[in-house]
Write a protein that binds this ligand. Structure first.
Ligand SMILES: Nc1ncnc2c1ncn2[C@@H]1O[C@H](COP(=O)(O)OP(=O)(O)O)[C@@H](O)[C@H]1O
Ligand SMILES: [Mg+2]
Length: 324
């Protein structure tokens, strides 16, 4: 196994808005701790799931990885190169090699361009194929995502949500990326369509040997499609491990709670999103010690005082918990 992307101690905070009252009282400006000290390896050829409740920092992490955000601290190494130091052509090469697929492809597709023009533009900007070969490559890309060739002549608004996500995926694939980061790529879609898109990701990962980071708040999605899963809580990774093992015997109390909360799909019964034990604390003032301690049944004095680090135990399965 080769490490493609090595994330080390990545941290990103945002200045919080201050109310007038705060300002008048001279309260110091607070920071939203969106991503705190995240360390994680992405292995070549794997699908890595990143899961956690809404607001836990998944998108901020993804945006740091594609350099839409600059981290406040930490490092990123892609295929051995220091990503944060890249400039000029090397930075553009990185931007091509690492592609993002968004939750809502509509907002990232130019509504005035036909699908064929959008794909051709990506191929042209990065000089992927000679100009004469662009139409054939556009058709090949549509084949890959199972859209008919006549889709090339239509504009984004003419497609359904699922079809638009296929276009978003085709555009990401157009520039021959080494790594795709998909941030909640099916969360805006009907459940019936979600499975088709998840299957498409699995198929592409297998056929093209893609490396895929699949980000979602929905644990059910990662269970069958990822090789490994990383669980985030309030900006930190609390557990990472091989998917099957982690689902069978989660070690972190938060992972355990998340897995218990996954609604069981029973025929004839409607499922609802089950709530995890209480509210997510504010990322403005994360609890001291282990940020999960106010919701944790096992918490003791150590947990309230010391931040647990993600133990690298030499294995592929790490957990940040004093009690595990
Ligand atoms: N651009 C921003 N400015 C200020 N706060 C932000 C910004 N982006 C995200 N946040 C805050 O950072 C935290 C993590 O957000 P996000 O990364 O979007 O989480 P997730 O994708 O897991 O839902 C949230 O509290 C969110 O409000
Ligand atoms: Mg998000």
């Amino acid at each position: 196994m080769t490490v493609m992307l090595a994330i080390r101690n990545l941290t990103r905070r945002f200045p919080a808005r201050r109310s007038l009252a705060d300002l008048l009282r001279g309260r110091p400006r607070q920071a939203v701790h969106a991503v705190e000290q995240v360390s994680l390896d992405v292995h070549r050829g794997e699908t890595l799931g990143i899961v956690g409740e809404s607001g836990c920092g998944k998108s901020t992490l993804a945006r740091c990885l594609v350099r839409l955000h600059t981290p406040d601290a930490g490092s990123l190494a892609f295929e051995g190169a220091d990503v944060l130091a890249l400039e000029g052509p090397a930075r553009r090469a990185y931007n091509r090699r690492v592609q993002m697929v968004f939750q809502d492809p509509y907002s990232s597709l130019n509504p005035r361009l036909t699908v064929g023009e959008t794909l051709a533009e990506a191929l042209h900007v990065h000089a992927i194929v000679p100009k004469a070969d662009i139409p054939a490559r556009v058709r090949a890309l549509l084949d890959l995502v199972h859209l008919p060739h006549d889709a090339a002549a239509r504009r984004p608004h003419e497609f359904s949500g699922g079809q638009r996500q296929r276009i978003g995926i085709a555009r990401a694939l157009a520039v021959e990326p080494h790594l795709i980061i998909a941030d909640e790529p099916v969360s805006a879609l009907d459940v019936s369509v979600q499975a088709a898109i998840v299957n498409l990701f699995m198929e592409l990962q297998d056929r093209l040997g893609l490396t895929l980071v699949f980000i979602t708040h929905d644990l059910r999605l990662v269970r069958h499609m990822t090789h490994r899963v990383a669980v985030m809580y309030l900006g930190r990774i609390v557990e990472v491990g091989p998917t099957a093992a982690l689902f069978a015997a989660p070690r972190h109390p938060y992972t355990q709670a998340l897995i218990r909360a996954v609604p069981q799909v029973k025929p004839g019964r409607r499922t609802t999103e089950a709530a995890v034990i209480g509210e997510l604390p504010s990322p403005l003032e994360p609890p001291p010690g282990c940020a999960f301690h106010p919701r944790c049944p096992l918490a003791d004095a150590t947990c309230r005082r010391d931040i647990p680090v993600l133990e690298g135990r030499g294995g592929a399965w790490d957990v940040a918990c004093h009690q595990a």
